[in-house]
Design a protein around this ligand. Structure first.
Ligand code: HEC
Length: 156
């Protein structure tokens, strides 16, 4: 404590800022009010997505949909220009382990000896964002869940 107090004020302040900015870096920054994201998260929750999958869905919408299509059907706007085309995730993903999906997201399809058409994201996205994308691919790869059982009939 006394050592800490002896530090020049500037250094102490610098440390305080560094701790405030980076010290809690493992968690997510405090949630800001984002009305559109709140609606998006609510919908994702209703679709049965976990928190990680919800974030993955947001990232997927931002970076992947243009080729892979909204639901990963390989029918994004840009798919037309690609050969090979992005695969239909619902049938293709289940043929590989998650480590393979992760490797592709990080290093692109070229990193697993396929075409260079799926770009590498390992430099732009953090490891946890890639985890979130993998979690979302998991949801896309799953066949649609059976319709929710309806609420129990009121007792009469
Ligand atoms: C520029 C278009 C493009 C973008 C953007 C893109 N991909 Fe791809 N992706 C492809 C193509 C094309 C393939 C198939 C390439 C091949 O087979 O050589 C592919 C393949 C994949 C595969 C392998 C699927 C399988 O079952 O074999 C995964 C996983 C994947 N992409 C994930 C992603 C994710 C996640 C993003 C966003 C972060 C993304 N891609 C963005 C074009 C794209």
């Amino acid at each position: 404590m006394t050592r800490c107090l002896r530090l020049p004020l500037r250094v102490a302040l610098g440390l305080a800022v560094a701790v405030a900015l980076g010290g809690c870096g493992r968690g997510r920054p405090a949630k800001r009010s984002e009305p559109l994201m709140d609606v998006f998260r609510k919908q994702a929750q209703e679709e049965g997505l976990t928190r990680a999958q919800t974030e993955g869905k947001r990232l997927f919408g931002q970076y992947c949909v243009t080729c892979h299509g909204d639901a990963g059907g390989g029918d994004g706007q840009n798919a037309y220009n690609l050969d090979p085309k992005p695969p239909v995730f619902q049938t293709s993903l289940t043929t590989h382990p998650r480590t393979y999906w992760r490797q592709i997201i990080e290093g692109g399809t070229a990193s697993v000896g396929r075409s260079p058409l799926c770009p590498p994201w390992g430099h732009n996205l953090t490891a946890s964002q890639i985890d979130e994308l993998v979690a979302y691919l998991d949801a896309l790869a799953r066949p649609a869940p059976p319709t929710q059982p309806s609420a129990p009939a009121p007792k009469s």
